[in-house]
Ligand binder design. Structure first.
Ligand code: C5P
Length: 222
């Protein structure tokens, strides 16, 4: 497989990371979870008591605490310094605040720079909200992955249960809808389908079917 870049964008819990990880593993590509990077800044802001409105200080956190991804037998782990924050960045307090943090232009500037560096050698699957529009506009394959909010909330509910995170279904649905609204309506790099991205609606589809569909798109581009 030629070392292309695959950009996968879409709303919260649309299956981006699950599908992106499988594609990266099957193609022998690097997987970059850009949501984890915004979550990390949010986690650090809570830890160091930086206000979510303090753009300058939040952007400094992105410089002071470089994020590293490490592969393990249990999947990709997220570290800042020597601290494993893989689980911490998925907790409800981080999820509830991440859209406010990610709306700041200076925070995005720092993280986009880091994301582009990770992608320089190609052979990459990157998922997020602005990969096809802003981070990797030259990506060979761009997918915009969507699903109904009901189905996305179901998926997140099951995922949370598997991870031992207790959260009411209706609350999850509301939180997803709110995050989508904030991510789609911010001024800088809002969540939007790139003009040349292909829309894949995963409602009612299995992961295997979604992966198959994207692989067919990749093959047709090559
Ligand atoms: O993908 P995930 O749900 O983990 O992303 C968490 C949040 O990070 C999103 O709701 C969004 O606010 C922000 N994000 C972003 N741009 C990206 C990836 C994530 O603004 N490329």
């Amino acid at each position: 497989m030629e070392k292309i870049s695959i950009a996968i964008d879409g709303p919260a819990s649309s299956g981006k990371s699950t599908v992106a990880k499988i594609l990266a593993s099957d193609y022998g590509f690097i997987y970059v979870d850009t949501g984890a990077m915004y979550r990390t800044i949010t986690y650090l802001a809570i830890k160091h008591q930086v206000a979510f409105s303090n753009e300058e200080k939040l952007a400094e956190l992105a410089i002071d605490y470089p994020i590293t991804f490490k592969q393990s037998a249990h999947g990709q782990l997220v570290f800042v310094d020597d601290e494993d924050i893989t689980m911490a960045i998925r907790q409800p307090d981080v999820t509830a605040a991440v859209s406010e943090v990610s709306a700041h232009g200076k925070v995005r500037e720092k993280l986009v720079e880091a994301q582009r560096k990770l992608a320089t050698a190609g052979g990459i699957v990157m998922d997020g909200r602005d990969i096809g529009t802003t981070v990797l506009p030259q990506a060979e394959v761009k997918i915009f992955l969507i699903a109904s909010v009901e189905e996305r909330a179901q998926r997140r509910y099951k995922e949370n249960q598997a991870k031992g995170i207790e959260m009411d279904f209706e609350m999850i649905k509301e939180a997803i809808a709110k995050r989508d609204y904030l991510d789609s309506h911010r001024e800088v790099s809002p969540l939007i389908q790139a003009e040349d991205a292909l829309l894949v609606d995963t409602t009612g589809m299995s992961i295997v079917q979604v992966v198959g569909k994207i692989k067919a798109i990749v093959t047709s581009k090559g």
